[in-house]
Design a protein around this ligand. Sequence first.
Ligand code: ZN
Length: 119
Amino acid sequence: MEEESNYKKYRGKCKEFCEKEIEKNPLLILVRGYYYCPIWNKEEPHWWLIDDKNNIIDPTVLQFPSKGFGEYIPFNGFVNCSECGKEIKEEEADIDGNYCFCSNDCHLRFVGLEEYIRK
Ligand SMILES: [Zn+2]
């Protein structure tokens, strides 16, 4: 299937493909953020490029079934706590795999260890 091979070809290689484009055209700017795919109905971490006219150039767009019709959301340096939803600076977040937490208490609550929260 064509869709499946595009997925394998581009999946996880967004940044690599973008860097190759920058080598060809140094005016392009690398953007890190999320791509919202309306077909999957979720946001995926993603890298893409913008040119000097602010046009989005996405060398790995074919990995998404929506092929660029979704929404590009630039990363603003903040993440949301997986437990309480509070917005926190990424460098201050307590990151555990795909999850992040604003505090140790939220981390403990998330993993079901409330009894260890210091009162
Ligand atoms: Zn929290």
